[in-house]
Design a protein around this ligand. Structure first.
Ligand code: FAD
Length: 427
């Protein structure tokens, strides 16, 4: 079994090759610098280059090293917790509906990019499903469906029998299906976007951490260990891997350590009964149950452990229990891969856009919905930088708010998983 980080994750073993991205070893100028080589940063670099800007992307490790190369791969054009009406209540009709339209279109953006650039990432835009794990959650499911439907999103309710048919699991009470969602091989999508950005003219430098960011006349100077770039515009796209480059930004989100576990390939007979139409799903539990298959019939699920002590043994036991509960047709399977990464949660589970200083902005905090929304954020950041202030932000810019007792929140977030499990159980 492969049990370490990205270097032995399932996605690394099955991804397309990464393009050549030499580390920065010179002093140069650029129209814009993007810091962070996940979906947000790669999408920003690609869209900047497509708009004719001279864009440089700096990534501390490799393209897709962060959550972008290690997630579950479900492309989800909805909020983690909010319904569209919640967003209108929070931001008012004009801003709220702008944000709703932006989120609704985010999955189409991902699949359009994949098609347009011929990215080989096992993409399937065949819907994303959210089944209700308790009858009491059906009202919320219905409300989300109705509100998105009222805005023209391609959604449908699925009753109990059809949910069982689509998931292959007998435990759900019904659910809703978002037809513009789907799934991808996450690392291949990141690497494919990196290649597309390079082809469009962007310079991508991996193993080039930005170690200092400072004012340089009217612009900015970004230093790496062996080079530097001067620019007018800097986009921070570091999400859960945000370090101390910009004061306070890392304390505005909660980086939660999360794991994935992938089974050995299921037998063809069993695999045909699980998610037979190829969708992925994340159910209504707060302590998330998310499942999908890869192209080799491995079943992949996400887990948030309560303790990190002896985590791999615990995860194997708890995942086996979960699999048997959700899919009784699986009798005793081996796990081939366990890998981990960090998800950037915000307190209200809404993403953040910050205009930090003239010519410096950041997008982060997708709370488990960053494939579609992070890619859309990168496009918006690119438009904002190259199109100027007249582009209306889909999310209002807010000041960075450091979370009180941040050092405590991070370990406490694990305990919160226990609370979520209790609530899920009570539901
Ligand atoms: C377990 C798990 C499952 C998930 N499943 C899903 C899912 O199914 N669907 C979905 O939509 N979302 C999912 N997500 C969330 C999604 O993966 C993220 O929201 C998304 O990948 C964020 O992309 P990003 O580009 O903003 O950040 P990242 O991909 O994390 O990239 C940030 C990059 O910044 C780099 N960096 C940091 N500091 C510096 C620096 N100083 N200089 C240079 N580079 C720097 C890091 O090395 C990193 O590569 C999941 C997340 C986790 C953890």
């Amino acid at each position: 079994m492969h049990t370490s980080d990205i270097r032995s994750s399932l996605w690394t073993d099955t991804a397309i090759d990464t393009p050549i991205t030499p580390s920065l070893k010179e002093e140069r100028r650029a129209d814009a610098i993007v810091i962070g080589g996940g979906y947000t940063g790669l999408s920003a670099a690609l869209h900047l280059a497509e708009r004719g800007a001279d864009a440089v992307l700096l990534e501390a490790q490799t393209a897709g090293f962060g959550a972008s190369g290690r997630n579950n791969g479900q492309v989800i054009p909805t909020y983690t917790r909010h319904s569209p009406d919640d967003v209108v209540r929070e931001f008012g009709p004009e801003q709220g509906e702008r944000m709703n339209a932006w989120v609704a279109g985010s999955a189409d953006l991902v699949f359009d990019l994949i098609r347009r650039h011929g990215i080989d990432c096992d993409a399937a835009q065949n819907g994303w499903l959210q089944p209700a794990h308790a009858i009491s959650r059906m009202a919320g499911v219905q409300a989300k469906h109705d509100q998105w439907a009222a805005r023209g999103a391609p959604v449908e309710m699925v009753d109990r029998d059809r949910t069982a048919e689509l998931t292959g699991s007998p435990i759900y009470h019904g659910g809703w299906l978002h037809r513009s969602g789907g799934h991808i091989q996450p690392l291949s999508f990141a690497r494919g976007m990196a290649k597309a950005a390079i082809d469009a003219g962007a310079a991508i430098h991996c193993e080039s951490p930005a170690i200092e960011l400072r004012r340089d006349g009217n612009g900015w100077l970004v230093m790496t260990p062996h080079g530097s770039v001067r620019t007018q515009s800097v986009l921070l796209a570091t999400n859960a891997y945000t370090d101390q480059l910009w004061p306070g930004l890392s304390r505005s989100i909660v980086p939660v350590r999360s794991f994935h576990i992938a089974t050995a390939p299921l037998s063809a007979n069993v695999a045909a009964t699980i998610l037979p139409q190829g969708q992925g799903f994340s159910d209504t539990r707060q302590a998330l149950w998310a499942f999908r298959q890869d192209r080799n019939r491995r079943l992949i699920t996400t887990c948030m452990p309560v303790t990190t002590f002896g985590v791999r043994g615990t995860l194997r036991r708890s995942t086996l229990k979960r699999l048997h509960e959700a899919f009784p047709q699986i009798s005793g399977t081996e796990f081939d891969y366990i890998w981990e990464c960090k998800v950037a949660m915000t307190i209200d589970r809404l993403p953040r856009y910050h205009e930090l200083a003239p010519g410096l902005c950041a997008g982060l905090g997708y709370s488990g919905r960053g494939i579609a929304i992070g890619t859309a954020m990168g496009k918006f950041l690119a438009e904002r930088v190259s199109g100027g202030a007249d582009i209306d932000p889909p999310i209002p810019s807010t000041p960075v708010q450091g979370l009180p007792l941040h050092d405590l929140i991070v370990p406490l977030s694990r305990i919160l998983v226990l609370y979520y499990r209790w609530r899920d159980y009570r539901a």
